[in-house]
Ligand binder design. Structure first.
Ligand code: FA5
Length: 345
């Protein structure tokens, strides 16, 4: 048995030496180390040996197995290494070639812009309230002091839902969300409120570089016991500072039926720094939002007592803001799905 093992080992190593490729090596492994190979056959015979020979033979069998396996691993490494150098030599590899780009998705510029706006307002303590896009005439207009036939309706060219007797419409602005937020969150007019209401609005507009038939608005509403116009100015100025950096803002008198007094806020033109250019129509300033103190009747419609509570509200157009920030000259790019535009962000 001892002889047989030694012979097997010598024989196996002799046959292994000249092997130079995968296939021959595998064949060798099967012949000598396989489950039905030469070594396994010898080991099976161990049990039939007389007791006094068994221990020594068993030990040698294990050593033989370990030696053959080690020789096999060493050869395997050498064969692989040789195959690699051969392929490197025969198929030249240019390690300076750039990698193949993998297409990666990204957020739509309008979404990114909205998220930045959310972040700024969140940092200032405003929570997001999502209101509905399909609204009643009552919410979109009447509870905001715009009764039927009121001339202010001309400012909001409206898409009505066909066949809806009660006047169901696509909201023309996010302001109806003011009423919904007050009713939903104020616990019958007993709690202060600080919310922003983002979302899509729809108007039957002549589409142009600045007017789309669908666009986002971000409404803001703060209600408390001592909210003043100074709070409105301070908060909106701080928003503009965080959004556009240090540049002057100015407030103008404006009119909205649901705020009194009402204002418009302008920020100094980003292109010309106030010197005057075609973008700002040579005024040096750009309008970014409408705002005002919540009208007492609107507070009442939301469940608050206007003798105790006051508030300010604002409505801004995020696409218009993104246009200013990134010098995008046409609002139609936002929903045109043109990859040449989208891939720039
Ligand atoms: C309003 O819609 C008021 N609800 C804003 C408001 C809220 C005032 C709360 C006071 C208190 P206005 O129609 O100006 O206002 O629209 C507000 C912003 O929405 C505009 O400044 C503009 O940025 C954006 N916007 C309005 N119409 C369009 C449009 N057709 N396309 C793109 N953006 C628009």
């Amino acid at each position: 048995m001892i002889n047989e093992l030694n012979q097997l080992r010598a024989n196996a190593l002799e046959q292994l030496a000249p092997i130079g490729d995968d296939r021959a090596l595998e064949q060798w492994r099967i012949t000598f180390l396989g489950r039905k190979g030469a070594l396994a056959a010898l080991m099976e015979k161990l049990g039939t040996l007389p007791k006094e020979e068994r221990a020594a033979a068993g030990k040698l069998a294990n050593e033989t197995k370990a030696a053959l396996e080690a020789a096999f691993q060493a050869k395997l490494g050498a064969v692989k290494q040789r195959a690699l150098s051969e392929s490197l030599e025969s198929e030249p590899l240019d390690v300076t070639l750039p990698g193949r780009p993998r297409p990666r998705g990204r957020l739509h510029p309008a979404t990114r812009n909205l998220r930045e706006i959310y972040r700024i307002w969140r940092d200032m303590g405003f929570q997001v309230f999502l209101s509905r896009e399909v609204e009643s005439d009552e919410m979109n207009f009447q509870l905001l002091n715009i009764p039927p036939h009121h001339p202010a309706r001309d400012n909001w060219s409206t898409f009505y839902i066909a066949g809806s007797e009660q006047g169901v419409l696509l909201r023309t602005h996010t302001s109806p969300g003011q009423i919904r937020a007050m009713r939903a969150l104020s616990a019958n007019g007993t709690q202060p409120l600080r919310v922003i209401l983002p979302g899509m609005c729809y108007r039957y507009e002549q589409v142009s570089a600045r007017y789309e038939i669908q666009f986002n608005q971000v409404e803001g509403l703060a209600v408390g016991r001592h909210v003043t116009f100074a709070d409105l100015k301070g908060t909106l100025t701080e928003f503009a500072r965080r959004m556009f950096g240090e540049r002057p803002v100015r407030f103008y008198a404006d009119h909205f039926p649901f705020t009194e007094p009402s204002a418009q806020m302008d920020v100094q033109c980003i292109i010309c720094d106030g010197a005057g250019c075609p973008l700002c129509k040579f005024t040096g300033f750009l309008e970014i939002l409408g705002a005002g103190m919540v009208h007492p009747q609107v507070l009442r419609n939301g469940g608050y007592d206007p003798d105790v509570w006051s508030g300010f509200a604002f409505g801004l157009g995020p696409e218009r803001i993104a246009m200013l920030k990134h010098s995008i000259e046409d609002i139609r790019y936002f929903w045109g799905n043109d990859l040449r535009f989208l891939e720039q962000f």
